[in-house]
Write a protein that binds this ligand. Structure first.
Ligand code: TRP
Length: 341
């Protein structure tokens, strides 16, 4: 049997996961998990305020694992890896730092936007903070995460593309100068690269409080959809442009009956359709999607030792391949100083 190609991808443990994560990435992970050998990373080192809020990180590790189990990522066929429990990540980050010019970090648009949001928060809730060194260098850590299992594919949300480009560049430089250790990984962006928040904001994000979470109850989903921003105000029988109504973006993303959604769009343009009809339909579509996820999640929540087992076994496998890669890296760099005499 030939070896399966490998996936490494990950998520920051900041809380429970939402529909944006699902449509942007998780859905692809579930689809690809049999075809690839998968490492799913809980990237705790990447939480921007790690040192200020370790309690939250610690809780979120479990939340993320529960959400992954809920969406159906098989923890035996794949590996759930806790980043900080594989210390080789820190070691490889240091070594790879030699291959990346500071200017490449300074130009990284995702990092730039995140640092800007930290220093000048606009959500009206968070207080301004200065950027910790560890946060500034997290894209290098992410390069190390991806190269650690010598991954071939990285299924992620659109905002992660600059980091994958950085990874490819690092792999090329390393391989060219030393030994061919790392595949040049490809990125794969999900069906819905960026899901709007329920308030119509460009991004669904926990800090803005505009998410629909995978673990939300059917009632909560109904309430959130009811309160959802539905474009500029319209009368009941007033035609409108579906592209200006986020409810349609969600219907296109999550309602499996595309023909009926297309019909609805036609009616919306010609005779107008009330928001209630749209929202009732969306609530039904979302709850149909989320129900099996919630059920599986609830099962594991009642069996937390199984969640622990998933994390423990997965992290162990992540560590095994990490040790193997570090041997290859040290060998390529010829860093065995004491071997000389
Ligand atoms: N940066 C990713 C996020 O914010 C999380 C992450 C960490 C990641 N390491 C990774 C994603 C490696 C893909 C590959 O969600």
């Amino acid at each position: 049997m030939t070896e399966r190609r490998r996936i490494l991808t990950g998520i920051r443990p900041t809380g429970s996961l939402h529909l944006g994560h699902y449509a942007g990435a998780l859905e692809n992970w579930v689809k690809l998990q049999r075809e690839y050998e998968c490492y799913f990373l809980i990237a705790d080192y990447q939480v921007s305020d790690y040192a200020d809020d370790i309690t939250r990180v610690r809780d979120a590790v479990w939340e993320v694992a529960l959400d992954w189990l809920g969406v159906g990522l098989d923890p035996e066929g794949s590996s759930y890896v806790i980043e900080s429990l594989v210390p080789e990540h820190a070691e490889l980050t240091t070594l790879l730092g030699w291959f990346l010019p500071v200017s490449m970090l300074e130009r990284n648009p995702t990092l730039k936007a995140e640092m800007e949001a930290m220093e000048h928060p606009e959500d009206g809730k968070s207080e301004a903070k200065s950027v910790p060194v560890a946060f500034y260098t997290y894209p290098v850590m992410q390069v190390a995460n991806i190269l650690m299992p010598r991954a071939h594919l990285v299924p992620v949300g659109e905002d992660q593309l600059p980091h994958i480009e950085l990874t490819r560049e690092t792999a090329r430089r390393f391989n060219r100068r030393f030994k061919d250790v790392f595949p040049e990984p490809e990125a794969l962006v999900g069906r819905v690269p960026r899901l709007l928040g329920t308030d119509g904001n460009a991004k669904m994000s926990k800090s803005r409080g505009n998410t629909i979470d995978l673990k939300d109850s059917a009632d909560t989903v109904a309430k959130k959809v009811k309160a959802m921003f539905a474009g500029p105000p319209r009368g009941l029988n007033e035609p409108g442009d579906p592209d200006e109504n986020p409810v349609f973006l969600y219907l296109r993303a999550f309602d499996p009956n595309t023909a009926e959604v297309a019909d609805l769009e036609d009616r919306y343009r010609t005779t107008g359709v009330g928001n209630k009809e749209l929202k009732d339909r969306l609530t039904l579509a979302l709850n149909t999607l989320l129900e099996p996820i919630r059920d599986r999640r609830a099962h594991y929540e009642a069996h937390m030792p199984q969640v622990r087992e998933a994390l423990e076994a997965g992290t162990k496998r992540g560590r095994t391949i990490a040790i193997e890669t570090m041997e290859m890296v040290r060998d390529a760099l010829d860093m065995n100083y004491l071997g000389r005499y």
